[in-house]
Design a protein around this ligand. Structure first.
Ligand SMILES: C=C(CC[C@@H](C)[C@H]1CC[C@H]2C3=CC[C@H]4[C@H](C)[C@@H](O)CC[C@]4(C)[C@H]3CC[C@]12C)C(C)C
Ligand SMILES: C[S@@+](CC[C@H](N)C(=O)[O-])C[C@H]1O[C@@H](n2cnc3c(N)ncnc32)[C@H](O)[C@@H]1O
Length: 361
């Protein structure tokens, strides 16, 4: 091979590799490249061990008896998955109905804006995002409404990512991020004009606890909206296929047991809320939320190769391959949950804290 051919071949191979890793391998909303995948706040050498601990805890979600350990394992889960989520999905860690003619990014933003529109808050209001992730929804909501959003997440790595994104987007004057547990929030009573949670309270071992905390920090008369992960009326606990799908979703998403859609309004009322509206946003005429997961299958294979090579080269920590594989399998369970109609990630409940609460509240 003469030197020109060697030069051209090397150039093409390097260019191809760069394209495969850096261009193809990053999320729609660029923020992460494959070469930057980490285990969040976990030391590189400890990622694999943490994955094993996670798996032995959440492997049998229905048998979790030590509810007080759940937030710590949810924290571990988000150390393990946050980079992969950002890389392969974007900065909003939730689903949304597909909208014909609109990109996934637009459909995601519309789903987020709907939450704050339901709250009916004005510019300058102070609202809470319970379980804010890296802040995709928070930024869309602050930009759309002009409200000041305070987000809380149990995961410190997400706090740092969210603050970095807020600054980069020029929204840090409207968006604040706090590290903490939404079951015991570091906020005074009656300090928010509204609150929302998007696909986050499903991680709480006891929904009543998180709803009462949100109730406590809301001003009387203000609204709370939540998009809940639940089993639907089509779920039959006697059907082994249904049970397998739901367990698959719980294991791969750090859920201490999915609730039934029937429980949500009941629990909201129990803590003192008035339920203003309740609706499964996945129901027709909404288009399927799971098509994005299905369409991504080829990309998942590419990602699998990338993650394997990067781990082998010592760039990504050992354990990232296992985490990626777990997500790959989970994507399939989620798709089956959507296709069978037994599961929805967007059971919406809109609640009001009454102006005058009962003395028993
Ligand atoms: C609300 C929660 C998270 C919901 C979704 C944001 C995530 C659920 C499953 C995740 C993914 C599955 C497959 C991954 C794929 C194998 C990888 O190559 C790229 C990232 C995925 C697409 C990843 C992205 C985020 C999810 C869709 C839960 C946790 C309550
Ligand atoms: C699936 S993510 C959704 C994030 C965000 N709502 C979004 O849509 O992008 C769930 C979020 O809930 C947070 N979370 C789970 N349990 C929590 C807890 N006990 N206290 C605070 N945050 C929690 C996680 O850290 C994560 O940020």
């Amino acid at each position: 091979m003469d030197s020109l051919t060697l030069f051209c071949t090397t150039f093409l191979l390097a260019g191809g590799l760069y394209w495969f890793v850096c261009v193809l391998g990053s999320a729609e909303q660029k923020g992460k490249h494959a070469a930057q995948l980490s285990g969040g706040s976990i030391d590189k050498e400890k990622v694999q061990d943490n994955y094993k601990q996670y798996w032995s805890f959440f492997g049998r979600p229905k048998e979790i008896e030590t509810a007080e350990k759940v937030p710590a394992f949810v924290d571990t889960f988000y150390n393990l998955v946050t980079d992969i989520y950002e890389w392969g999905w974007g900065q909003s860690f939730h689903f949304s109905p597909s909208i014909p003619g609109k990109s996934y990014r637009d459909a995601t933003r519309i789903h987020e804006e709907m939450a704050v529109d339901l709250l009916g808050v004005k510019k300058g209001a102070r609202i809470l995002d319970a379980g804010c992730g890296v802040g995709g929804p928070m930024r869309a909501i602050a930009a759309h409404s002009g409200a000041n959003v305070v987000g809380i997440t149990i995961n410190e790595y997400q706090v740092n990512r969210a603050r970095m994104h807020n600054e980069k987007a020029g929204l840090d004057s409207l968006c604040e991020v706090v590290c903490g547990n939404f079951l015991q929030m570091p906020f005074p009573d009656s300090s928010f004009d509204g609150a929302y949670s998007i696909e986050a309270t499903c991680h709480a071992p006891n929904l009543e606890e998180v709803y009462s905390e949100i109730y406590r920090v809301l001003k009387p008369g203000s609204l709370y909206v939540s998009y809940e992960w639940v089993t639907t009326e089509f779920y039959n606990p006697e059907n082994p296929e249904h049970v397998e799908i739901i367990h698959g979703i719980e294991r791969g998403d750090a859920l201490p047991g999915l609730r039934s859609y029937r429980d949500i309004a009941q629990i909201a009322k129990k803590v003192g809320f008035e339920v203003v509206k309740e609706k499964d946003l996945a129901k027709p005429p909404a288009k399927p939320w799971w098509t994005r997961l299905k369409m991504g299958r080829i990309a998942y294979w590419r990602n699998h190769i990338l993650v394997t090579v990067l781990t082998w080269l010592g760039i990504a920590p050992k354990g990232v391959v296992d985490v990626h594989e777990m997500l790959f399998v989970t994507a399939d369970y989620l798709t089956r949950g959507g296709e069978t109609g037994i599961f929805t990630p967007m059971h919406m409940v809109l609640c009001r804290k009454p102006e005058h609460s009962n003395s028993s509240d």
